[in-house]
Design a protein around this ligand. Sequence first.
Ligand SMILES: [Zn+2]
Length: 216
Amino acid sequence: MALLGACASTPAPVEVRSLPREAAPLPHGEVQPQGTFQPNAYLRSCGGIYVTNAPDMDGDFWVVNYKPIIVVGSIVLATAPANDVCLSSGFGIRSARKHDGIDLQSIPAGTIYSAAPGTILEARVSTGYGNMVLIDHGGGVYTRYAHLAYFADGIEAGAEIGFGQPLGMMGQSGNATAIHLHYEILTGNYNNPKGSKGLNPRDPFEFPAYDPDAGS
Ligand SMILES: [Zn+2]
């Protein structure tokens, strides 16, 4: 599923620590407890090579349309919810099957963080996704995190979670062929006969950047 050992040169991490603090009060107006999540300011393909489902990249394999914090409908989300990650696969059709998310790797494997405040809908073991967390952020926006090695304390269905809170550790559970995070942004209504599989997977690189000065 992901390129093995392709992260020898992860992008230089650039601190954008102020962004999540400004994003945190949304959408309910209350400040949630903060973790130590520091999103990549830029995102590069793992190893600086073409990856499957590669999004638009510049000549040095930086993802052109990557923005660290994006706006999906009324929800402010992190695009890459782990520190010092590279992109090992993009969104879209892959080997005649749709890749419903993006794959992110760090070496060593790192903590996975919640991309926005919300309520955990699912935290369970799935055959394909392995240890998987699904979060409802309100406004018909959801995120899924798959192949975790294990869940962090308190990560269970029904729990409220803030922005940048630890969900668990990047791993290789389920059908993963390498240690990585499979991350999905989903829109729609979870209360349908197919549950999360009835939601619409979205390309994380198609959304506008969050502008803390926009005042909206
Ligand atoms: Zn994936």
